[in-house]
Design a protein around this ligand. Structure first.
Ligand SMILES: O=P(O)(O)O[C@H]1O[C@H](CO)[C@@H](O)[C@H]1O
Ligand SMILES: Nc1nc2[nH]cnc2c(=O)[nH]1
Length: 326
């Protein structure tokens, strides 16, 4: 649309700039396509006023991996924790899924300042994708440079066993194929470019470090590397769907992470993804078992010590590798 020239009340020409955003309702920086940069700066400033921790790494705890604070969760190694419930954070959604506590934990992991999300937001909860990822942009605004996104996932690769960990090498954005992308809508260049590349989404150096640490900790026999995909959920997959995903090269299936990673890469954060294989995907009609969320949470509980030790060491190694790189 061409710029509009209007005549003001005094008869002189006034320039009316073209609004470059789509014409959806925008109220106080909040619209159906996302919150404005300024609105998220308000959220970031609120957090910075509530804690003296200045995190450089952000961790998203997957289902069952972050909610057992007292019993030994991923977030439990955080020293001098300062917890902020999502309900208290301006513009934040709230967690509605069992196994997702619903708070940010600020503190130090192995001496590195971090923030952990004990509870993430999923599309199936009713949140649009941009809202599911809103915390990632807020993390960026408070100074986080690296995102560690963990998740619980079904193992589709026949070599994977329940309890294995999968370093995410890459993802397939199935929801994006259908036009549902967290970057859909007007782009604010202050976050990142209109057309971000995604071929180096999962940091190569971090993946190398993760394999080294697995060896150091004697868990390399359960640590794999593969391709993750996210479906909208909340239902688990049919046999035919899983066989289709297997054919296109998917190793693990979940309902999160992909959109968070897209948002993190859009604003130039480094990313590491880690899936806990909580169930075997059923790819045959002869198989009797059915996926269920209780099993997902149980496996999270079973692997919490391993995960805690692994992720803590990764945080330390990622931070020193970043310090060493020019
Ligand atoms: O991806 P996270 O949050 O770890 O959780 C996974 O586990 C839940 C299903 O049991 C789904 O929410 C799926 O996405
Ligand atoms: N979509 C999906 N998400 C999961 N989260 C944990 N297990 C699964 C699974 O089998 N499928």
């Amino acid at each position: 649309m061409a710029p509009v020239n209007a005549t003001d009340v005094n008869g002189s020409k006034a320039y009316v700039p073209v609004k470059k955003t789509l014409p959806e309702v925008e109220e106080n920086g909040k619209s159906s396509k996302g919150y404005s940069y300024e609105t998220l700066v308000e959220t970031a400033n609120f957090l910075l006023s509530r804690t003296s921790v200045r995190p450089r790494i952000g961790v998203i705890c997957g289902s069952g991996m972050g909610s057992y604070w007292k019993e030994g969760s991923l977030a439990e190694n955080i020293t001098d924790p300062e917890c902020i419930p999502y309900e208290e954070i301006p513009n934040f959604p709230v967690s509605t899924v069992e196994g997702h506590h619903g708070r940010l934990v600020f503190g130090k992991l192995e001496g590195v300042p971090v923030v952990a999300m004990q509870g993430r937001f999923h599309y199936y909860e009713g949140y649009p994708l941009w809202k599911c990822c809103l915390p990632v942009r807020v993390m960026k605004l408070i100074g986080v440079q690296t995102l560690i996104a963990t998740n619980a996932a079904g193992g589709l690769n026949p070599n994977y066993k329940v309890g294995d960990l999968m370093i995410v090498r890459d993802h397939i954005n199935m929801m994006g194929f259908a036009g549902n992308n967290p970057l859909h809508g007007p782009n604010d260049e202050r976050f990142g470019p209109r057309f971000p590349p995604m071929n180096k989404a999962y940091n190569l150096e971090y993946r190398k470090i993760a394999k080294e640490v697995a060896k150091e900790q004697g868990i390399d026999n359960i640590v794999r590397e593969g391709v993750y995909t996210c479906l909208g959920g909340p239902n688990f997959e049919t046999v035919a769907e899983l066989n289709m995903l297997k054919m296109v090269g998917v190793d693990a299936v979940g309902m999160s992470t992909v959109h968070e990673v897209i948002i993190a890469r859009h604003c130039d954060m480094k990313v590491f993804g880690l899936s806990l294989i909580t169930n075997e995907c059923v790819t045959s009609y002869d198989h009797d078992s059915e996926a269920n969320h209780e099993e997902v949470l149980d496996v999270g509980r079973m692997r919490q010590d391993t995960l805690r030790q692994y992720v803590s060491r990764l945080v330390q190694r990622f931070a020193s590798s970043d310090d060493a790189s020019p």
